[in-house]
Design a protein around this ligand. Structure first.
Ligand SMILES: [Cu+2]
Length: 341
C-alpha cells in the first residue's frame, strides 16, 4: 500500500511537470512553457520579403489580432551602409540592421520561419562565405538547443514560441562566434504588449535600438573586427543602425506631445546611459514591463541586451537631443534630435 501511494504521488508530480501551461501568479495569466520540436527543411521560404507584424525602427508595426501570428524573416549577406562612406557586408535579419521590430501581445503564439540565404549570390565584387546562422528570441521560453539552433546555408528553420511576459526584448543570432554575428548586424527588438495593451495614451511612439560597430578598413569597404570587439572599443555607436542619423534627419514631434520610446541596448558589449536633454522621463518601465515602474528619471541605465520603455512630455517648442550620456558613445554616433514644432 505504501509503495502504491508513492507510485501514485510520483505519477501526479510527473504529470504536473509535463504540463506545458502554468499560471504566472503575478499576472494571473496562463504561461505557455515549451513548444513542439523545431523543423529544419532544405526548402527555402518562397521569397525573401519579411512577413508578419514587423517594421523597421523607429516605426512600430500594429499588433495583429488572433492567438497565432505568422512571422517570417530570412538571413541575408548584403552590403550595408552604416554611414554614406562606411559600408560592410552585413549579416542581416530581413533587410536591415537592426532587423525588423516584431510587435505582439502576451498570449500570442509566434509561428516563425527563417531561411539562411547566405549561400545566395552576392553583388558583383562582394565575397562572403556562406555560413550557419540562428535566432534567439529572448522573449521566448523554450529549449534553446532546439529552437535557437544553427541551420546550414540554404536551410529553413520553423518553430513556435508563446509570449508570456510583456516588455521589450532582444533577439539575435546565437551561432558561434556570437560576438562576430552580433557585430555583423544580427540583432533586433521584440515588443510584447500586455494582454490589454500598454496602459495610458501617448501621442507618438518610436523604437530605438542602440548598437556598437567594430569596423576596420578592408579595401574599399570595411569589415567587422573581433579584435576591436574583444577590447570593447567601438568604431561607431548608433541608434537604429546609422550613427548620428537623427541629427541629420531629426524626428519631428509637437510641443506638449507625450512620447513613448521603446529602448533596447543591443550592445553587444557596452552599457547605455540614455537621456533626453530638456525633459525628464515621468514614467519608466524597466525591461518594458509596466509592473517595473519608476518615475522622475533623467537617465536610464541599460546594460547590454537590456531594455526599457520611457515616457516623457515635450515641454515646449525646441530641439531635444537624445544621447547615450556616456559621452564617448554620443561622440561616436549615439545621439539624435527630436524637433518640436
Ligand atoms: Cu548569424
Amino acid at each position: 500500500m505504501k509503495y502504491l501511494i508513492i507510485i501514485l504521488a510520483g505519477l501526479f508530480f510527473t504529470s504536473c511537470n509535463n504540463n506545458s501551461s502554468k499560471t504566472n501568479s503575478e499576472s494571473n495569466s496562463k504561461m505557455v512553457l515549451g513548444a513542439p520540436e523545431s523543423v529544419i527543411s532544405t526548402t527555402p521560404n518562397a521569397d525573401s520579403t519579411i512577413k508578419g507584424p514587423l517594421s523597421y525602427a523607429p516605426d512600430i508595426p500594429a499588433v495583429q489580432d488572433g492567438d497565432t501570428v505568422v512571422v517570417k524573416f530570412d538571413v541575408r549577406h548584403k552590403l550595408f551602409h552604416a554611414k554614406s562612406d562606411v559600408a560592410f557586408v552585413g549579416w542581416l535579419f530581413g533587410d536591415s540592421l537592426p532587423g525588423p521590430v516584431l510587435h505582439i501581445r502576451v498570449g500570442q503564439t509566434v509561428k516563425f520561419s527563417m531561411t539562411d540565404r547566405s549561400n545566395e549570390p552576392m553583388p558583383a565584387g562582394m565575397v562572403m562565405q556562406p555560413m550557419q546562422h540562428s535566432i534567439d528570441f529572448h522573449a521566448g521560453m523554450v529549449n534553446p538547443a532546439d529552437k535557437w539552433r544553427s541551420i546550414n546555408p540554404g536551410e529553413t528553420i520553423s518553430f513556435t514560441w508563446t509570449a508570456n511576459y510583456p516588455g521589450v526584448f532582444m533577439y539575435h543570432c546565437g551561432t558561434p562566434m556570437v560576438l562576430l554575428h552580433m557585430i555583423s548586424g544580427m540583432i533586433g527588438m521584440v515588443i510584447v504588449d500586455p494582454k490589454d495593451g500598454f496602459p495610458g495614451k501617448v501621442d507618438k511612439e518610436f523604437a530605438l535600438v542602440q548598437n556598437e560597430y567594430y569596423l576596420k578598413p578592408n579595401g574599399n569597404i570595411y569589415s567587422p573586427d573581433t579584435t576591436l570587439a574583444m577590447k570593447k572599443t567601438p568604431t561607431f555607436v548608433a541608434f537604429n543602425g546609422k550613427p548620428g542619423q537623427y541629427v541629420v534627419h531629426p524626428i519631428h514631434v509637437k510641443a506638449g506631445d507625450r512620447i513613448r520610446l521603446y529602448l533596447l541596448n543591443a550592445g553587444p558589449n557596452n552599457a547605455s546611459s540614455f537621456h533626453v536633454i530638456g525633459t525628464i522621463f515621468d514614467k519608466v518601465w524597466i525591461e518594458g514591463n509596466p509592473k517595473n515602474e519608476l518615475e522622475g528619471m533623467d537617465v536610464i541605465d541599460l546594460a547590454p541586451a537590456m531594455s526599457a520603455i520611457v515616457e516623457f512630455v515635450i515641454p515646449e517648442k525646441g530641439r531635444y537631443t537624445f544621447v547615450d550620456h556616456s559621452f564617448a558613445d554620443a561622440e561616436m554616433g549615439a545621439q539624435g534630435v527630436f524637433v518640436a514644432d
